[in-house]
Ligand binder design. Structure first.
Ligand code: DLZ
Length: 298
């Protein structure tokens, strides 16, 4: 399962390190979790500062390159504003930004672009499509940023070996999407049967943007499996309909424990992660439907 692309850039001096960190911070990049590794018996000291982007792209080109003199391309919106910030940063650093930043120019691929050199030998190109609607969704769709959202997770203790993995997956999705720990409340219930009642009560507090429900029913080990499953699904659905608060469904229904393990992170992804991602997307969509008109259709 591909998760992301990391572009590793070795720097040539501590000063270049600080300058690059300062430059990318000034441009508004989201900082990732860095590290400072002191020297060990096995190896030299190292430190790293990741900067995160919502999308990454690995592109092989056969023929004319998009740019000739840079190997890092960053797509932005508001290119003129980015140019302004980059120019100001370079001027503050050297007083001679002209040599280190180009003017914005049209490319041969329907976009505008400039390049900047925050440290010698490292050239970055910033670009945006000429058509501002290009690449934008024409339909109304939720985003996957959870920065200002709050969640309740209801997790069943029955089959805890599975549901704890679902919980870890859900937390991973929420925290990596920008939610803060204090915006997430976790409620443990005995089994899946109890999930709807707890979800409903949590939803009715109106403290949460969405409810994530996590449980695991295993057919071979569950008496009245169908009856329980139907009731759990109906109860969660009903709570969602009647409270108007998105509830995502992360209750596994499996034939065997092995199948459940596969769906809890072993082979077929982690359904807890997927349920949390659905909760984020539905919260975002909910807000868009409530507050903003849909994007104009092309
Ligand atoms: C009783 C029971 C059984 C047999 N199997 C499961 C299961 O596979 N997954 C699950 O989440 N819960 C199970 N339970 C417990 C019920 O959901 C419920 O917690 C108890 O019947 C107490 O009301």
């Amino acid at each position: 399962m591909i998760k992301g692309i990391t572009f590793i850039r070795p720097v040539h001096s501590p000063a270049h390190f600080e300058e690059l960190v300062s430059f990318f911070s000034a441009l508004g990049f989201e900082p990732g979790r860095g590290w400072d590794q002191p020297p060990t018996r096995e190896g030299a000291a190292s430190r790293g500062r990741p900067f995160l982007a919502p999308l990454a792209n690995l592109e092989f080109v056969d023929g004319a390159l998009p740019t000739l003199n840079t190997d890092l391309l960053i797509e932005v919106t508001a290119l003129d504003a980015v140019h302004h910030v980059a120019r100001q940063w370079l001027e503050a650093k050297t007083g001679a930004a002209k040599t280190l930043i180009t003017a914005i120019a049209d490319t041969h691929w329907k976009s505008r672009l400039f390049t900047a050199e925050p440290v010698p030998g490292f050239s970055v190109a910033f670009w945006e499509w000429q058509d501002p609607l290009r690449g934008k969704a024409i339909a109304l769709a939720g985003d996957l940023s959870a920065a200002d959202m709050s969640f309740a997770i209801v997790v069943a203790r029955w089959n805890a070996v599975i549901t704890e993995r679902l919980l870890q997956g859900a937390l991973d999705a929420l925290l990596r999407s920008g939610a803060k720990r204090h915006q997430i409340e976790i409620a443990h219930v005995p089994g899946s049967w109890e999930i709807p009642a707890a979800a409903r009560q949590l939803a009715e507090t109106h403290r949460f943007d969405a409810i994530v429900t996590l449980g695991c029913l295993i057919r071979g080990e569950t008496a009245h499996y169908e009856a329980i499953y139907n009731e759990v699904a109906r109860g969660i659905g009903q709570s969602q309909q009647e409270t108007g608060i998105p509830h995502s469904f992360g209750v596994l229904t499996c034939e065997t424990l092995e199948q459940a393990l596969d769906r809890a992170g072993l082979k077929s992804g982690n359904k807890g992660f997927e349920a949390a991602a659905a909760a984020i997307e539905m919260t975002s969509l909910h807000r868009k439907i409530d507050g903003k008109p849909p994007e104009p259709r092309a």
